[in-house]
Design a protein around this ligand. Structure first.
Ligand SMILES: Cc1cc2nc3c(=O)[nH]c(=O)nc-3n(C[C@H](O)[C@H](O)[C@H](O)COP(=O)(O)OP(=O)(O)OC[C@H]3O[C@@H](n4cnc5c(N)ncnc54)[C@H](O)[C@@H]3O)c2cc1C
Length: 417
C-alpha cells in the first residue's frame, strides 16, 4: 500500500463515525493516492457524539466532523445509509446491503458500538430510551419537554451528563446504579464520591446497589423502574446508559479474532492480513500498560486513526500516547488523563476556584498513572505531562497546595536525572 508512488490499492473503511472519518481525512492529508471509500449505515454525515449527551436540548447539538463538501473535495467516497454486510476475504470485497460491493487492498473496520440493553420485562416500553445517534438525541430532547420524572439507568458518564441536563431543567431525576457507586468502571472512588455529592446537592437522587429487574407500564408507557427486591422508582421516562457493546459481527464472520472487541495490535492490525480495525470496536494494547483495553473515547479513536493512517501510508508512526477523556456535568468541566489500574494512592489538590480540584493517582514508584480534574486545566496539563513523561513526584509536596505544580515537576525531573 504505497502512499505516493507505485500501485495503490483501495482503502475501504466500514463505519462513518469518528474513527473512520478521521482516518479517511488523515490518509488524504498525508497524500495517500488510492481510492478511499467510507461506508456508514447512519443517514447523517460523520458527526461528533459528545454533544449528544451534553447539548441535546440545544440547536448546537449537531456538530459535523468535517464540512460535508470535505469528502468530495478530497476524493473520498462517502456512502451514507448503506450497511456493509460481509467482508469476502477471498475476493477482497466488502459486500453492501444495497447489493453493491467495493474492492479493497485494506479494509478498516470502524463500526463502533451499540448501546447495551437490559433484557428485562418492559424494556421495550414507550418512554424507555437509549442514546448513541442524532435521532436518539433528538428523541431524548423532545421527550424531555414532557418529562416530569426521569430515571437514568446506569451512572456512567453518558448517564450522569444526561442527568445533569435534565435536572438543570427542573426535572425530577433519579440515577439508579447497579454497583455501589457511580462511574465505578471508569473513575476513582474519590471522584465518584465528589460527583455524587455534586449531583445530590442539586436535587438529583442517586440510588446505588440497584439491579434493574423490570419496567412497570400502563398502556405500554413506562411508569416505574423495578429492582429485584421490589423497590419501585416512579418515572415517566427512562434513559438506559449502561455502556455499549462493540459491533464485532462483520469481523467475526470473516475469521478476525474478537474477545470483548476486535483484537488489534498497537497500529490496528488484526490477525487477518489486509483487515484492520480502529475505534470503540477494538480491544488493544496500550503503550504504558500490560493487557488489552477497549477505550471508548474520542482521543483514543483519533490516536488509533493516526496509527492506522501511518501504517497504510507507510509513514512514521504516532508519538507516545496518554489516554484522556472529558465530561461536562452542570458547570463542571471534567478532564481525566491516564488509567487508574496501577494507582495505589490518591492525592487531592483543591483548586483556587471554588469546586475545582485535581486528583493525582500514584503508582508504588511515585509516578502518576492517572489524574482526574474538575475545572482545573492547570492540574490536567501538568498531570498529563507527569503521566506521559513518567516523572516521579514527592507526595508530600504534591499534597501541599502552596507548592506550584511546576516546582513539583522540576523537583521530580531533577530527582530522576
Ligand atoms: C452520547 C455520547 C457521549 C459521548 N461523550 C464523549 C465525551 O465527552 N468524550 C469522549 O472522548 N468520548 C465521548 N463519547 C465516546 C465517543 O463518541 C466514541 O468513543 C467515538 O464516537 C468512537 O468512534 P468510532 O468511530 O469508533 O465509533 P462510532 O462513532 O460509534 O462510529 C461507528 C459508526 O459505524 C456505523 N456502523 C456500524 N456497523 C456498520 C456496518 N456494518 N456498515 C456501515 N456502518 C456501520 C455505526 O452506525 C456508526 O455510525 C461519547 C459517546 C456517546 C454515545
Amino acid at each position: 500500500m504505497s502512499s505516493i508512488e507505485g500501485t495503490v490499492e483501495p482503502v475501504v473503511i466500514i463505519g462513518a463515525g469518528h474513527a473512520g472519518a478521521t482516518l479517511a481525512g488523515l490518509l488524504r492529508q498525508q497524500r495517500f493516492a488510492g481510492a478511499i471509500t467510507v461506508i456508514g449505515d447512519e443517514s447523517h454525515a460523520p458527526y461528533h457524539r459528545p454533544p449528544l449527551s451534553k447539548k441535546f436540548t440545544d440547536d448546537s447539538m449537531v456538530q459535523w466532523l468535517k464540512p460535508i463538501e470535505f469528502y468530495a473535495d478530497n476524493d473520498i467516497e462517502l456512502l451514507l445509509g448503506v450497511r456493509a454486510v460481509r467482508i469476502d476475504r477471498d475476493s477482497r470485497q466488502v459486500i453492501l446491503d444495497n447489493g453493491d460491493h467495493r474492492k479493497y487492498g485494506t479494509v478498516v473496520i470502524a463500526t463502533g458500538a451499540t448501546p447495551r440493553m437490559i433484557p428485562v420485562p418492559g424494556a421495550d416500553a414507550a418512554g424507555v430510551l437509549t442514546l448513541r445517534t442524532i435521532p436518539d438525541a433528538q428523541q431524548l430532547g423532545t421527550a424531555l419537554d414532557r418529562t416530569k420524572a426521569l430515571a437514568v439507568i446506569g451512572g456512567g458518564y453518558v448517564g450522569m451528563e444526561v442527568a445533569a441536563v435534565a435536572r438543570s431543567r427542573g426535572i425530577d431525576v433519579t440515577v439508579v446504579e447497579r454497583e455501589d457507586r457511580i462511574l465505578a468502571r471508569v473513575a476513582s472512588r474519590e471522584l465518584s464520591r465528589r460527583l455524587t455529592d455534586y449531583h445530590v446537592a442539586r436535587g438529583t437522587r442517586v440510588v446505588t446497589n440497584f439491579d434493574v429487574a423490570g419496567f412497570e407500564t400502563t398502556d405500554g408507557d413506562i411508569t416505574s423502574v423495578l429492582s429485584g427486591d421490589g423497590t419501585a422508582i416512579a418515572c415517566d421516562h427512562a434513559l438506559i446508559g449502561i455502556g455499549a457493546v462493540p459491533n464485532v459481527e462483520l469481523a467475526q464472520q470473516c475469521g478476525v479474532h474478537c474477545d470483548g472487541g476486535i483484537l488489534v495490535d498497537r497500529v490496528g492490525h488484526t490477525n487477518v492480513p489486509g483487515i484492520m480495525a480502529i475505534g470503540d470496536v477494538t480491544r488493544r494494547p496500550h503503550d504504558a500498560l500490560d493487557g488489552l483495553y477497549r477505550l471508548e473515547s474520542i482521543p483514543s479513536a483519533v490516536e488509533q486513526a493516526k496509527h492506522a493512517a501511518a501504517a497504510i501510508g507507510r509513514a512514521h508512526g504516532g508519538a507516545h500516547e496518554t489516554p484522556w477523556f472529558w465530561s461536562d456535568q452542570f458547570d463542571l468541566k471534567l478532564k481525566i488523563a491516564g488509567l487508574l489500574e496501577e494507582g495505589i494512592s490518591t492525592i487531592a489538590r483543591e483548586g483556587e476556584v471554588p469546586g475545582s480540584f485535581g486528583l493525582f493517582h500514584l503508582r508504588p514508584d511515585r509516578t502518576v498513572c492517572a489524574v482526574e480534574t474538575a475545572n482545573s486545566p492547570k492540574d490536567f496539563m501538568a498531570g498529563k505531562k507527569l503521566i506521559s513523561e513518567r516523572i516521579p513526584v514527592d507526595p508530600t509536596l504534591l499534597a501541599d497546595e502552596s507548592v506550584p505544580l511546576r516546582d513539583i515537576m522540576a523537583a521530580g525531573e531533577k530527582a530522576r536525572s
